[in-house]
Write a protein that binds this ligand. Structure first.
Ligand code: DP6
Length: 362
């Protein structure tokens, strides 16, 4: 079996796999400072900061044979034309970096363990797991042996070309993507682990995702990014994101939970404010999203527990809280928030260690 310097884990399914199959499991991530607006070839307009989740993930396997650059995609055991087209476009777009893709045919199988297109960054886990498979394949094809850092950098670079937020899922813990002076060694081309040592207060962050609505979004993130090109507040937004990134990094170093909360919530509401002031304007929030936000703020005021919310491009609410507050926050969620969720659904997640290569079992 090929040995990566990353952690590997055997699964039941992997026992039947053959040598010409590569499998990676890669998690989603939740952004604290939002990536919203891009230019050129998937270059971010501002730095974004996220933490990688532990539970919500995509597992992607690729098999290949000699061919002419064709690809077939099976998603959650079914053919999916939309994702197939996206994968084909992606593979064509990265051919200059991976020329061997023109002379093989790929069979891709992807499994998500959480709802896709509902504002949990499913493109992050999907594209990062595919990019990791392709980076592993490149090593086999070229016979090169990249160091762990080089491997992850390349995978993050390739993931970014598929979906910007996917570049961050390649790394565990807190991650930054987008060049900023407040984090020396940050890049637009790929993500990297956050440059500072984070205070203990933030080391075991939990994220309970309240599923307000798991339907497909009316406006995709891709379309939302495009609307930033003509957005009247775009320039101010990018300046604000740079400032917020610097303030958040300092707060995370110092253990300043108050500042952390205020920046994270401002970023979440600001993101949706941008959507509501785009041309055309649109709303992804639902009434229950706002009920939950009100409740979280009231709970925090009443208890002084440092719990806050963030939002992705969708109506679901991510409740962030430190591990030490688990029992009281869980009680609060059960008693006061689940009533606003579709079928009482929520996903309990937390900060995770990043992707895992699944062993071939040979
Ligand atoms: C709101 O990474 O999904 O989740 O690069 O077009 O694939 P593309 O967009 P995507 O945008 C995610 C935006 C966000 C904020 C974030 O994750 O930073």
């Amino acid at each position: 079996m090929e040995k990566e310097s990353l952690s590997t884990k055997p699964t039941a399914a992997s026992q039947q796999l053959t040598a010409s199959r590569i499998t990676w499991q890669s998690p989603s991530n939740i952004a604290l400072i939002k990536y919203w607006g891009k230019h050129g070839i998937q270059q971010p307009r501002n730095p974004s900061i996220s933490f990688t989740l532990s539970e919500c993930h995509t597992e992607t396997s690729i098999e290949w044979e000699k061919g002419s650059g064709k690809a077939e995609l099976i998603f959650n055991s079914e053919k999916n034309l939309k994702f197939q087209t996206r994968a084909e476009d992606y593979l064509k777009s990265i051919r200059s970096y991976l020329p061997f893709l023109g002379s093989i045919d790929l069979h891709i199988e992807s499994f998500n363990n959480f709802p896709h297109s509902a504002g949990i960054a499913s493109s992050a886990s999907a594209m990062s797991s595919l990019a990791l498979c392709l980076t592993s394949l490149e090593q086999i094809m070229s016979g090169t042996d990249l160091s762990k850092d080089e491997f992850l950098q390349k995978a993050s670079f390739l993931a970014r070309l598929g979906s910007g937020s996917a570049s961050r899922s390649i790394f565990g813990g807190y991650v930054i993507w987008g060049k900023t002076d407040s984090c020396p060694g940050s890049f637009d081309d790929h993500a990297c682990p956050l440059c500072v040592e984070v205070h203990d207060k933030f080391s075991d962050m939990h994220d309970c995702i309240l599923i307000v609505d798991d339907g497909v979004k009316s406006v995709s993130s891709r379309e939302g990014h495009a609307l930033m090109d003509t957005h009247p507040y775009a320039r101010q937004r990018y300046t604000q994101a740079h400032k917020n990134a610097a303030t958040l990094i300092a707060a995370m170093q110092e253990g300043d939970e108050e500042t952390f909360i205020s920046i994270v919530e401002q970023e979440a509401l600001g993101l949706h404010g941008l959507m509501m002031s785009s041309d055309p304007a649109y709303i992804l929030l639902k009434p229950n999203t706002l009920h939950i936000i009100d409740k979280i703020r009231a709970f925090r005021k009443y208890t002084n527990i440092p719990v806050c919310f963030t939002l992705d491009a969708g109506p679901n609410v991510h409740i962030l809280y430190p591990a030490r507050e688990t029992s009281s926050v869980q009680e609060f969620i059960k008693n006061e928030l689940l009533v606003y969720c579709r079928d009482n659904r929520r996903i309990d997640d937390r900060i995770g260690v990043g992707p895992q290569k699944i062993m071939n079992g040979e």
